[in-house]
Design a protein around this ligand. Structure first.
Ligand code: KG4
Ligand code: ZN
Length: 362
């Protein structure tokens, strides 16, 4: 039995978790800074860094208490290295380095994007990673920073099928919420407003789906573009304001959400059919969205695809997904390396063609 402590600080959540053997989540504590950033309408990196610094000790202690373990029982520390906001990442990274050095524990840097994928295997589903029958696997990663479709093979090879050409899905929802005065963060606010709206009242464009007689360039078949939907919303809102009419916020939110979800779902299943996919996973903050989840579930059932949606609390930023990956790195290199104490944070997603936790899983 091995216990990995995960630390996450890439954006506006300070999170610490303890995970046993890559799957059993003994604790997952998340301190959200949303209230601190809401007045600015988005995340302010320097403010996020200061808040992480204030929160880390408290969140660490809460995670150890919830897991009923002490630092002496921890076998390794995994920390988000990037992508994310550099000032925010540096706080978590340096905190983890200090903790690792002081307690003589191995330290592992984790890629936040891959950690989101791991969220679909929590809790207690990590055995699925080793099952040949699940591959090739299609991953839809939708968050505030990413919108990607990846084909994952049992060897660990990862093929990038597509990504966004402009805004990420979550970013588009956040901006839509701002236009509709729904506050920050936008995704949950749009979802809430949409509940009482009619999604057919407005029809927003479905970019890169090849509708309205427009063919999609082959290289864009699995790419996404959300800026056109956002601009269409902007013009609609402006027209209402120019006419001095009250905004039909619920209908607009429902129509916008519907357009984003339809594009995500149709491209996902197009890719799944074309690539002989056995299993589809969806992860990242936007994968919390109730409409997206139900559409994916309906279509997966009728297409006989196995579907794993990351549970809500492992969709948005958390440290259990970081600790989960950390376990696989620990198995591969239980002593760790002294170089880890010198590792740097990175802002952008590096090009990668392999998912190490799949490659190495036994
Ligand atoms: O994964 P995450 O917590 O952070 C990033 O790595 O970006 O994702 C945050 C994003 C935000 O854009 C937020 O608006 C969106 O996820 N989000 C949602 C929902 N909950 C969070 N979008 C749609 N529906 C939701 N229920
Ligand atoms: Zn994230």
């Amino acid at each position: 039995m091995s216990l990995i402590l995960g630390i996450e600080s890439s954006c506006d959540e300070t999170a610490v978790a303890v995970v046993e053997d890559g799957g059993r989540v003994l604790s997952s504590q998340v301190a959200s800074q949303i209230a601190r950033h809401a007045e600015h309408g988005g995340v302010v990196p320097e403010l996020a860094a200061r808040e992480h610094l204030k929160a880390l000790d408290v969140v660490l202690n809460a995670a150890l208490t919830e897991a009923e373990v002490g630092l002496a029982e921890i076998d390794g520390i995994a920390v988000t290295q990037g992508p994310g906001l550099i000032p925010a990442l540096l706080v978590g990274l340096n905190y983890a380095k200090g903790l690792a050095a002081a307690n003589n524990l191995p330290l592992y840097g984790v890629n936040h994007f891959l950690a989101h994928i791991y969220g679909a295997f929590l809790p207690d589903r990590s055995d699925e990673l080793a099952d040949e029958a699940n591959y090739p696997m299609l991953a839809l990663v939708v968050s505030g920073g990413h919108t990607n479709l990846l084909l994952l093979h049992r060897s660990g090879r990862a093929e990038q099928l597509g990504g966004t050409l402009d805004d990420a899905a979550g970013e588009a929802l956040d901006k839509a919420a701002k236009l509709l005065d729904l506050g920050y963060p936008g995704g949950p606010a749009v979802q809430r407003a949409a509940e009482s709206g009619d999604c057919k009242a407005f029809h927003f464009p479905r970019p890169l789906l090849g509708q309205a007689g427009k063919a999609v360039a082959p290289e864009n078949r699995f790419n996404f573009s959300f800026s056109g939907i956002k601009t269409a919303l902007l013009y609609t809102v402006r027209d209402y304001r120019d006419r001095g009419e009250e905004l039909p916020v619920a209908d607009l939110a429902a129509g916008f959400q519907d357009a984003v979800v339809e594009v995500l779902v149709r491209k996902t299943f197009m890719a799944a059919r074309e690539h002989g996919v056995k299993m589809i996973i969806a992860a990242g903050g936007v994968a919390c969205n109730a409409r997206l989840r139900s559409e994916l579930e309906n279509r997966a059932a009728s297409g006989k695809f196995k579907l794993f949606l990351a549970p809500g609390k492992f969709c948005t930023d958390n440290a259990a997904m970081v600790a989960g990956i950390g376990y696989h790195y620990y198995l591969n290199n239980p002593e760790g390396s002294v170089e880890a104490l010198g590792m740097d944070a990175y802002a952008r997603l590096p090009q990668f063609s392999e998912v190490p936790f799949i490659r190495d899983v036994k």
